[in-house]
Design a protein around this ligand. Sequence first.
Ligand SMILES: [Zn+2]
Ligand SMILES: [Zn+2]
Length: 362
Amino acid sequence: MVIQELAERRKQLWDIAVKRLPSGTLSQLGVKPGTLLGYKAAQVYKTLKTKGISTGDIECRQGWLVYEAASLDTDLADRLWDVGFRDVDDVDDQGMTALKKVYKYPRYGPYSAQRSFNMSWLIGKGADTRLSPVICEYTALHFLGAIFGRLSHRPRDPPVQGPSNFEIVMNLIMLDDSRHSCRCYCSPGGCTPLAVFLSELIKTQGAFSYTESIAIDGVVEVLSSLSPKSPGAFERRILPEVLRLLTFKTLGITHTCAHHKVLRSRLSFRPFDPEDAQEIHEEEKDMIQELDYLVLVFTSDYKRLGLPFGEFLREHWCNRIVSKSESLSEEQKHQIQEIGVILEWTVESRLMQGPWIILNDF
Ligand SMILES: [Zn+2]
Ligand SMILES: [Zn+2]
């Protein structure tokens, strides 16, 4: 009832403004069709008053972001959306949007469910994630990737059924190309939101050996619930990243990427020392070349065998990675070196490529 009344009054204010104010003033004030007035309602009211235009019994002296006010209650957010507040990127005088605020100033610690629900709600309704600040190298999508990946291993309590708009957000996580400045062969070119999601997902299976079916089952179960909307996205993005991260882990290569830690319920990010990273890369160069090689081989095997992804991981990837780690044939060693030559492989140049670039060259 209160919401209906608010909507009604905002609609009347909008009507008066559109009838009485010149178009230049309207666009300055951010009055646009298709949405009720949010934060700017107070400024519109003030402008009308200054010009001596009557607003009847409507008063609006204080601007506020409606979706910030609804940040603890997604049902309330739904109702505000339904009555016509459609501008989820509404900006206040400090240049903050509701998404920026909930991301930058969480009320209950980094992993609070409400925070991820609210961010998902806003992003699902079209909030521009490029506007959200980068915190500890995380865009809003990296952050949600970390949360979803971390929570996805709990089949009884998955965020998969939790936040509204989960599918829309997960789809953005899978396709978004913003990157960390990390320098690690788990994600050459810097971690994408998808890489962060997968790292967290795989990490949650950390108690198991990666070649044990239980860990694979967990990963496969989550992955098979994802269906990217963009054609070819599975083979182009998800497949190479999953194969790379699982193989990376199983070969025992050292991560030199800097991911978040939660300290005293705050998100913190300690970059990996670049000199240490370089030393590790040189020491593990053979394994890294082997990783590149194996990812190529697995990708091509996947296309050739045409098995469902879960079966491919369980039957083919597991067997091959186990037999491989026992001994590498002379022919394989030769192929690895050849690939190294073909790609003019150097530690630094390889890091600048994404995991899929190398696959397209194959
Ligand atoms: Zn990273
Ligand atoms: Zn890494």
